[in-house]
Design a protein around this ligand. Sequence first.
Ligand SMILES: Nc1ncnc2c1ncn2[C@@H]1O[C@H](COP(=O)(O)OP(=O)(O)O)[C@@H](O)[C@H]1O
Ligand SMILES: [Mg+2]
Length: 257
Amino acid sequence: MKIAVTGKGGSGKSTVSGALCRHLAQLGHRVVGVDGDPNPNLGISLGVERELVETMEPILNALIAIGHTHDDPTPDPEDLLARYGLDAPGGVRLVATGKIERPTDSCLCCGSHMTTRQFFGELGDDDRIVVADLEAGINDLLWARPGPSDVVLVVAEPSAKSVEIARRATDVAVDLGVRRIIGVANRCAGGDDLARMTESIGAAEMIVVPEDPAIGHADHLGRAAYDLDPASPALVAIGALAEHLVRHPAPEAAPTD
Ligand SMILES: Nc1ncnc2c1ncn2[C@@H]1O[C@H](COP(=O)(O)OP(=O)(O)O)[C@@H](O)[C@H]1O
Ligand SMILES: [Mg+2]
C-alpha cells in the first residue's frame, strides 16, 4: 500500500504521517516514510533525534554531490532507499527526497519532485507500506501521481484556507483515479466544524484528529508525540486510522463492460 499525505502547509501532514508510520510499524508492517518536503522534518515527527535529522542526506543532494546528472541512468529507488535511507525508531525506514540549502540548489525543487514521483511510482509495495509526507499544497500530489490502488490522505485544519486547499486536493485525487481518499479533519472539535469540513472536502471517508496539547508539546521539544505520549487523543485517533487503513484496503475497481 502507498499512502500520499497532502494538504496545506501547517495542516498537520507531518504530524499525521509520522504517527501513522509508527502505528503501522507497531502493527507489524514494514514501513517506509518518504519526506517529500524540500524543508524536510518528517524525521522529528517519526522520533528521529534532531541532530540525526539534520545530518541526514536527502537523495537529490546526495546525487548532486556525487556528480550525478540528468544524462546518467535513473538510479534504482530500492538502491536509493538502501543507500540514503535512515533507520528511524520502530523499524521505520525514512528517506528524504531533497533539501534546499543554498540558492544554487534552486533546481532541487524540480529534482526532488521527480524523486517523489519515482518513489511513489516505482517502489514496490507488496510487503510494505509507503507513507509519503508531501510538500505543502497540491503541486506535489501531481508529482507523486497516486493511482487507483493507492490511498490519499487529505489533511486539513478547520480554517477556510486549509479546507479550500483540501477540497481541491480531493478533486485532483479523484481525477487521478484514486479510489480511496480519506479526509483528515485535524484539530477539529467535531460538531459544526466537522460537518462543514466533511461537506467542503468531499472525501468519501472522514476521520477526526482532535486538537491535542501533546502534539505542540512534543514539537516544542523536537520529539515525536508517539514517544512522549502515545495515549494522547490525537495519537489514539491516528492509531485508529492506521488500523482502519490496513483492515480496509482500497476498494476494487468497478467492473467495466
Ligand atoms: N492535532 C493537533 N493538535 C495540536 N497541534 C497540532 C495538531 N496537529 C498539528 N499541530 C501543530 O500544527 C503545526 C503544524 O503541524 P505539521 O504537522 O508540521 O503540519 P504540516 O506538515 O502540514 O506543515 C505544528 O506546530 C504542530 O505542533
Ligand atoms: Mg510538514
